[in-house]
Design a protein around this ligand. Structure first.
Ligand code: GTP
Ligand code: MG
Length: 193
């Protein structure tokens, strides 16, 4: 973000703790370790405002960040990580769904998928769930720096087929080389109107 006016507001686990503001909100969902927290740092232009880590299961709460006093970005726990203690793991999907249901100001969800993976049940479940709530979803492929040009072409084609969507609805990103940052920020501006 241009002027760097960004701060961490609150960490929550249930909806009565959510902030009351009504300005446009943007959330980041996806499997553990897919790069949600890293992408947030990239979009916010901060190195480590949002906690990231090499092991899955780093983000365990719903974290609200306020941007320029007129929008919020929300970092969510990842789903689909089998090795977390089952009590914690079972809480995440309902926690994410309760969040989406509760936030009337949620304008757009970025659903992150590692560019090297094939989307599975978790992704399909989330896509259907968000569609049922009529919340727009941007499919956001992460870690594009990990693939060669040829590999990424194949991977994007596979995503289109598996998800049944066109190339125009898929965003390619890398928190390492900042690919896709401009496009995502434009999308956020568009959905903030
Ligand atoms: P959870 O909070 O556990 O759900 O994970 P997360 O989705 O927030 O992932 P996080 O941002 O913590 O990143 C996980 C790992 O992937 C870290 O080691 C990051 O450095 C790495 N990573 C994230 N984005 C990228 C990327 O674009 N390229 C590369 N090469 N590594 C990345
Ligand atoms: Mg995280």
């Amino acid at each position: 973000m241009k002027d760097g006016n960004v701060y961490f507001l609150r960490s929550c686990t249930k909806k009565d703790q959510f902030p009351k503001f009504t300005h446009p909100e943007f959330a980041f969902m996806g499997r553990s370790n897919v790069g949600k927290s890293s992408l947030l740092n990239t979009l916010l232009g901060k190195k480590d405002l949002v906690k990231t880590g090499s092991k899955p299961g780093v983000t365990k709460t719903i974290n609200f960040f306020v941007v320029n006093d007129n929008k919020s970005f929300v970092d969510l726990p990842g789903f689909g990580y089998a090795k977390l203690p089952s009590e914690t793991r079972k809480k995440f999907m309902p926690m994410i769904m309760d969040y989406a249901k509760a936030r009337k100001n949620l304008k757009l969800v970025f659903l992150l998928i590692d560019i090297r993976r094939t989307p599975g049940d978790f992704e399909h479940e989330i896509i259907e769930f968000l569609a049922s709530l009529k919340i727009p979803t941007a499919i956001t492929l992460t870690k594009s720096d990990k693939l060669s040009k040829n590999e990424r072409r194949k991977s994007i084609q596979k995503m289109e087929e598996t998800l049944g969507i066109g190339r125009d609805y898929i965003f390619i990103t890398s928190s390492k080389n900042k690919e896709g940052k401009k496009e995502l920020l434009s999308l956020i501006e568009e959905f903030s109107q």
